[in-house]
Design a protein around this ligand. Structure first.
Ligand code: NDP
Length: 317
């Protein structure tokens, strides 16, 4: 296998709001960043439709278009944006080594990780078909589109509980589909759900199919696992809140992670346990998971990378 090595000051892995924002700041600080996009250039927002909660777009914007804007802004200041997937890392440096597509070797003084997280889906064909057209994995992002309507949400963890109560404020009725006879969420969150009048919980129920008219969602077919009874819920929105998987597989053994694989950073900073390696966006945030919070943490990562490099230069001088 031919191996070509290149050295960069600042390598950014990932092309969502965190990665591109880090790139904008790093490029403007003259760190000459190289950004690898991963296999979904633009990240999770390229798989959504309208984005109405990102400041600066008073009329809202389509997710893919917004990520194009992010990319153009990063490019405008000289970020070298490349399509490629990181297949392994060696963080025993600095410099740190990152291998792209199994053959290109890059050494980097600083690495900013912004590889994001992937929403888990039920795996139904109809779920994919109506994704962005009534099906969503983010209530905070898309709940507003279902104001005064009836919706359903699947999941029983803290996210599902939090999103169900969020939706209950906007929507007429929220059907909560729980696969066991109990929640996984914390007691406080469950109590909040139980005390919300317009949430109806369907315990021990499985989603069989998301129903639609070819354009948008019109209902959900659920089945009670105990009785076998099938019920159609008339809803226009279907929210999936069954967890996310942080994209951190390649960092195992190098970076500290929690039990579910999220990178652990020093509280309030993007600092990981490895010098010169910073983490930003959803890969280190299972709580907020918003484009704007990811962008903010990308900015923080670039500022820290700049400070780190400046401090190293001071030592050398
Ligand atoms: P979790 O993994 O905690 O919960 C996932 C839920 O989805 C579980 O109830 C699970 O059911 C259910 N589920 C999984 N697969 C399916 C499926 N195929 N069909 C139906 N249901 C399914 O994920 P969360 O996103 O809720 O939370 C992730 C982490 O973030 C947790 O540690 C949580 O505490 C934390 N968090 C904290 C918040 C807070 O404190 N405010 C807010 C949001 C998240 P089952 O229970 O049967 O396994």
């Amino acid at each position: 296998m031919s191996q070509e090595t290149e050295h960069v000051q600042c390598l950014i892995i990932g092309s969502g709001p965190a990665g591109y924002t880090a790139a904008i700041y790093a490029a403007r600080a003259d760190l000459k960043p190289v950004l690898y996009t991963g296999i979904v250039p633009g990240g999770q927002l390229t798989q959504t439709t309208d984005v109405e909660n990102f400041p600066g777009y008073p009329e809202g914007i389509m997710g893919p278009e917004m990520m194009e804007d992010f990319r153009k802004q990063a490019e405008r200041f000289g970020t070298d944006i490349r399509f490629g997937y990181v297949t392994s890392v060696d963080f025993s440096g600095p410099p740190h080594t990152v291998v792209i597509d199994e053959n290109k070797v890059i050494t980097a003084d600083t690495v900013i990780i912004a590889t994001g997280a992937t929403a888990k889906w039920l795996g139904l064909e109809s779920e994919q078909k109506y994704n962005g057209f009534g099906v969503s994995a983010c209530a905070v992002c898309d709940g507003f589109f279902f104001r005064n309507q009836d919706v359903a949400i699947v999941g029983a963890g803290d996210t599902a509980a939090e999103e169900a109560t969020y939706l209950a404020k906007l929507c007429n009725k929220v059907h909560m589909i729980v696969r066991r006879d109990e929640f996984r969420a914390s007691k406080a969150m469950v109590n909040r759900v139980l005390n919300t009048k317009n949430i109806e919980i369907h315990y021990e129920s499985e989603t069989q199919e998301i129903l639609g008219n070819g354009q948008t969602v019109t209902g959900v077919l659920i089945k009670n696992k105990k009785t076998g009874v099938e019920t159609t819920l008339d809803v226009t929105g279907f929210f999936v809140a069954i967890g996310h998987k942080p994209n951190t597989e390649i960092f195992k053994g190098w970076l500290d992670m929690d039990e579910t694989g999220y990178l652990i950073t020093k509280p309030g900073t993007p600092l990981t346990n490895v010098e010169g390696v910073f983490a930003s966006g959803d890969v280190q945030d299972k709580h907020y998971r918003q484009a704007i919070t990811a962008a903010g943490s990308g900015c923080m990562a670039a500022l820290e990378a700049e400070r780190y490099l400046a401090a190293k230069e001071d030592v050398v001088a």
